[in-house]
Design a protein around this ligand. Structure first.
Ligand SMILES: Nc1nc2c(ncn2[C@@H]2O[C@H](COP(=O)(O)OP(=O)(O)OP(=O)(O)O)[C@@H](O)[C@H]2O)c(=O)[nH]1
Ligand SMILES: [Mg+2]
Ligand SMILES: [Zn+2]
Length: 359
């Protein structure tokens, strides 16, 4: 394979410049395990590990290689193994607050064009969860596509699509059945050669089943949710990038149990909740807290049912998490967070004024 078929482009080549003089070559991380990686060099894949120096110089775990990363690697003489000397800057990324007690960022995958946000049309189907996934993708600069899988289990999948589209903003929403292989062609617009896609969603929604469909072979093990939970772990346990017969690069990931945000994604939340942001900008008072003030557009929309109470609650929950994340970091960030929201509100007001004048 040519590096360009793996997503290598001029921007990456530029970022590689500082490394190009010392027998280092670019490689893409196609598998990430705890310490060990598999690197794609173009002609071949080799196992790789970070050099001691890279580990030593790395300040946070989020700066270590993840699947989808481009790295500067050096092949060991006479050995089919490579050492990773540096991680190139990430074009886009999906990251969250790591699960568990430690307070750190976990990057799930890097340099993605599209995130296929999978939900199954069974008990897993939950608009509030979809909002969180949308926010995560937008925050990382990745185009989200909502995939409602297991359409065969739902009496009216088209109604679910309509309901989801109403909260998804400009993100496309499709429904399909990975198990039955129906509706897959709807993903064609994003399955372009050398485009990188990651599949994200809870355990058991059918990520690996869909990957197998896209690859045309049963590469990934799949299991029913009860089997997976019975084993006490998810079926897929590491992140891996595969090349489809059409040349798209798709990443399978283990199911995400928790989805907490790492940085406060004010702009991404505003985008996911554009309807609420617009309402808030229409309140009589600039600093309206939407708690019973006169002329509150949010309260009016809640009263007449234009704004769903569950969606309003979901928005507030995300904002509280943002505020928490910001204050945990440092007071400067908390202030930056408030500034970001002020700017968003100013922008919406300006746009509303502009549109009103145009009428
Ligand atoms: N009815 C139905 N079942 C499906 C569909 N897609 C997947 N499944 C089933 O759902 C179960 C879980 O599928 P997986 O592909 O293993 O799920 P996963 O998202 O990869 O799960 P993790 O690897 O644990 O994160 C399997 O039993 C699949 O056969 C579908 O479209 N319809
Ligand atoms: Mg899986
Ligand atoms: Zn208000």
């Amino acid at each position: 394979m040519h590096l360009s078929a793996l997503g290598w482009n001029d921007a990456h080549a530029q970022a590689f410049q500082p490394h190009s003089d010392q027998q280092l070559q670019p490689a893409r991380v196609v598998q990430a395990h705890r310490q060990a990686y598999v690197l794609h060099l173009g002609p071949a894949t080799v196992p790789g590990i970070c050099t001691g120096r890279l580990l030593h110089d790395t300040v946070t775990r989020a700066d270590l290689p993840v699947v989808g990363d481009w790295v500067a690697a050096r092949l060991r003489p006479g050995e089919p193994r490579a050492d990773i000397h540096a991680v190139l800057p990430r074009r886009t990324r999906l990251s969250r607050r790591a699960a568990g007690p430690t307070d750190e960022e976990q990057v799930l995958a890097a340099n993605l064009d599209t995130a296929l946000l999978l939900t199954a049309l069974d008990q897993n189907y939950n608009l509030r969860r979809i909002e969180r996934f949308l926010t995560l993708a937008r925050d990382g600069g990745v185009q989200p596509v909502v995939v409602l899988n297991k359409s065969d289990l739902h009496p009216d999948p088209a109604a679910a699509v309509a309901e989801t589209a109403a909260i998804a903003g400009d993100a496309p929403v499709v429904t399909l059945s990975a198990a039955q292989g129906s509706g897959l062609d709807q993903l064609d617009p994003w399955l372009q050669p050398a485009a990188t896609l990651a599949l994200l969603g809870s355990s058991g929604v059918g990520k690996s089943t869909l990957i197998n469909r896209l690859l045309g072979t049963a590469r990934q093990a799949t299991a029913t949710l009860s089997d997976a939970v019975g084993k006490g772990r998810h079926t897929t346990t590491h992140r891996e990038l595969f090349v489809t017969p059409g040349g798209a690069l798709v990443i399978d990931t283990p199911g995400l149990r928790e989805l907490q945000f790492w940085d406060p994604p004010a702009a991404a939340v505003a985008e996911t909740f554009a309807d609420i942001t617009a309402l808030a900008a229409a309140c009589r008072f600039h600093d309206c807290r939407h708690g019973g003030e006169p002329g509150c557009a949010v309260q009016a929309a809640l009263d007449d049912g234009t704004l769903d109470a569950a969606r309003w609650a979901s928005f507030n929950k995300l904002r509280r998490e943002q505020a928490y994340a910001a204050s945990r970091e440092d007071p400067r960030l908390a202030r930056a967070h408030r500034e970001a929201w002020k700017k968003i509100h100013r922008g919406v007001r300006a746009r509303m004024k502009f549109e009103a004048e145009a009428e």
